[in-house]
Ligand binder design. Structure first.
Ligand code: 5GP
Length: 190
């Protein structure tokens, strides 16, 4: 998505060779027009995948995901990050390891918002090691639902996330794919 790549190039900050900061339009301040354009692009790409719900992980995935759900005319569900296990029968939970933040959390989904008939699109802001997206897919599948695809705003293609998701059988569509990060360097895959 050309517009997104331009914004990453002009406003993105490579904190290290592995971490990109895009606080001015996605992770802190949010540009609603850009979010709408992302929603249109995800909806265009996944329109024939018979999606029934769009899942994301709190919190930076919410803005592009709500726009996608709006364009597809279906609900979105935000998977919550809990610090400790919830001991009741009303939720599905799975542990996710964040390498970027060096912590673990329990991704949590209420049983009220998924059925075995659901065909889920998972959207997240970044793809790095693939652990967050795999955790979201585990929850959907534990409920007996299908995962129809994974939409990523910014994929860091030099990390193994896409490979892991594709190996697990998921279709991945990323709006921007970065092949290299470094001091003053942000390079995209064509
Ligand atoms: P993964 O589970 O694929 O390793 O990481 C995905 C999650 O980590 C995303 O939801 C995002 O919150 C965070 N993340 C990973 N890499 C980056 C990055 O370079 N910049 C930012 N802002 N977040 C990242």
């Amino acid at each position: 998505m050309e517009l997104l790549k331009q914004r990453i190039q002009s406003e993105g900050l490579a904190l290290t060779e592995h971490v990109l900061k895009v606080d001015s339009f996605l992770n802190h301040q949010v540009d609603p027009k850009l979010m709408e354009a992302m929603g249109e692009e995800f909806a265009r790409y996944f329109k024939d995948h018979h999606i029934t719900k769009v899942f994301t992980i709190e919190s930076s995935g919410i803005a592009p995901t709500v726009m996608t759900a709006l364009k597809l005319g279906i609900p979105m569900v935000t998977l919550k990050k809990q610090a400790s296990k919830i001991l009741n029968q009303e939720v599905y939970q799975t542990e996710v390891r964040s390498f970027t933040k060096d912590l673990r959390y329990l991704l949590t989904l209420s049983k009220n918002y998924i059925t075995p008939e659901d065909n889920i699109l998972i959207i997240d802001d970044f793809l790095a090691m693939g652990e967050a997206a795999l955790g979201a897919a585990r929850l959907a599948e534990e409920a007996g639902a299908k995962v129809a695809g994974i939409g990523i705003v910014i994929e860091k293609s030099f990390q193994p996330g896409r490979e892991k998701l594709e190996e697990a059988g998921y279709e991945v569509y990323s709006l921007a794919r970065i092949q290299k990060l470094g001091k003053g360097i942000i390079e995209f895959l064509t």
